[in-house]
Design a protein. Sequence first.
Length: 109
Amino acid sequence: MKAINLLLRFILELAALAALGFWGLHAAAGTAGIALCIAAPLLFAVVWGLFAAHKAKFPPPQPWKAVLGAVLLEVTAVVLALEGQDLWAGLIAIGILANSMTVYLQRYQ
C-alpha cells in the first residue's frame, strides 16, 4: 500500500508540473506565455527539490515538510481552477489531500 501511495504522489507531482505549464501557456500571450510555460514548472521543481522532496536539500521539520508539500501540490488545483478546469481542479485537490494525509501517516507506522 505504501508503494502505491508513493507512486500516486509521484504522478501528482508530474501533474503539478504539467498543470503549471498549461497555466503558463494560457496566462500570457505569445513569447511571454511560452516563457511562463517553462518558468512556472521550473520554479515549482526547484522549490520542491529544495524543501519538499523525499531527499530535499533543506527539509523543514515534520509536520511542516508534509504541509509544505501538500500546499505546493495544491497549487496545481488552483491554477487549473484559474484556467476554468473546475472538475479537474476539484478531483486533483481531493486526491492531493487524501494522498498527502496517507503518505504522512504511513511514515509513522
